[in-house]
Ligand binder design. Structure first.
Ligand code: ING
Ligand code: ZN
Length: 320
């Protein structure tokens, strides 16, 4: 049975629909084209202010533990294409609809840890109240019947690496970094997984939209990491592979130099504190025609091309 049929991978789903899809995955058993089992585990790694679960999906093969890959999507509520891409990847790795041996190989080579919706409260809010909400839904410190914009922390400014240096301390801004590093259940949940000494992460990708960038550290400074050449090469071959599919054009660079300065971001934490070798932030489609309101007919092509980029990147890092 194909769990993808319980909801559609080619449209934007509500958090409820996504949760149902995840639960259906755990009730299904998967076999790769080689005949070997594909294991899907579901772990709730945190609870939000509004008591939504933060889902983590682990996809692996039986047998010995491999190096691991972490994919983070939906840290920003309005960037709907990011969870859609994560769910597509989950479906590819588990159900493998085209029975691709190359896709099965991805799970043979690595254990995959995927958070499709890191900010469920915000995601729900974009479905019910304000389509362009970015932050989570933490209550403002000075009472909760003030204007709505004073709710929430920008989770991609709340990570505890170079936190708060030059970021917003005003609760009512869209990039408010929070009262303290890792003050939020969402960022803390990621921290706990990355700190797990039993898992050896080699690759971390944070999915956002929009702008079509494939970026590496840092966000907080214009300087580069010592291994920038390797990171840049990985990004370049990823966007080259991605381009082959639908001729979509991506820009490669460090976050600071290609985009703008940002502190307390998951990318910098993953690299600087968690010590993961390959860390990227991907700004998905589009450039600026529809922006956050990317039409549903672009979901599948975006997922397909992004998958191609990831497959090429993963092949490269495993060879090193
Ligand atoms: N962009 C990211 C943001 O958080 C970013 C850009 C990513 C900055 C990673 C630093 C690190 O502002 C969007 N679209 O959210
Ligand atoms: Zn974002």
């Amino acid at each position: 049975k194909n769990p993808g049929q319980m909801f559609s991978l080619s449209r934007y789903n509500t958090f409820e629909e996504i949760s149902a899809f995840i639960h259906s995955l755990t009730r299904t058993s998967f076999t790769g084209p080689s005949g070997e089992d594909i294991l899907v585990d579901h772990i709730v790694i945190g609870q939000t202010y509004e008591e939504n679960p933060i889902h983590l999906i682990k996809i692996s093969k039986p047998g010995s533990q491999k190096k691991a890959i972490f994919l983070e999507s939906g840290i920003h509520a309005r960037e709907w294409i990011a969870p859609a891409v994560a769910l597509y990847i989950i479906h590819q790795l588990s159900y493998n609809p085209s029975r691709s041996t190359a896709v099965e190989q991805l799970v043979a080579d690595f254990d995959w840890y995927i958070v499709p919706v890191l900010n469920p409260d915000g995601y729900v809010y974009t479905h019910n109240k304000d389509r362009l909400w970015r932050k989570n839904r933490r209550q403002p410190s000075f009472g909760n019947n003030l204007t709505d914009i004073c709710h929430g922390v920008d989770l991609n400014r709340n990570f505890g690496y170079k936190w708060g240096e030059g970021t917003s301390t005003d609760q009512c801004t869209a990039t408010y970094s929070g009262p303290s590093p890792f003050s939020e259940p969402e960022t803390l949940a990621v921290k706990r997984v990355l700190e797990n000494k039993n898992i050896n992460f080699l690759l971390y990708i944070s999915f956002h939209s929009y702008g079509q960038y494939w970026m590496y550290p840092w966000g907080y400074t214009s300087t580069y990491t010592k291994d920038v050449k390797l990171l840049e090469f990985g990004a370049k071959i990823a966007v080259e592979a991605l381009r082959q599919k639908y001729n979509t054009d991506y820009t490669v660079g460090s976050v600071y130099n290609a985009l703008y300065a940002a502190e307390g971001v998951s990318l910098d934490y993953a690299k600087g504190q968690a010590g993961i070798k390959y860390c990227y932030t991907v700004e998905l489609r589009d450039k600026d025609q529809y922006g956050f309101l990317l039409p549903q007919n672009q979901i599948t092509p975006t997922c397909e091309e992004t998958m191609d980029g990831i497959m090429t990147l993963v092949d490269y890092i495993k060879a090193l």
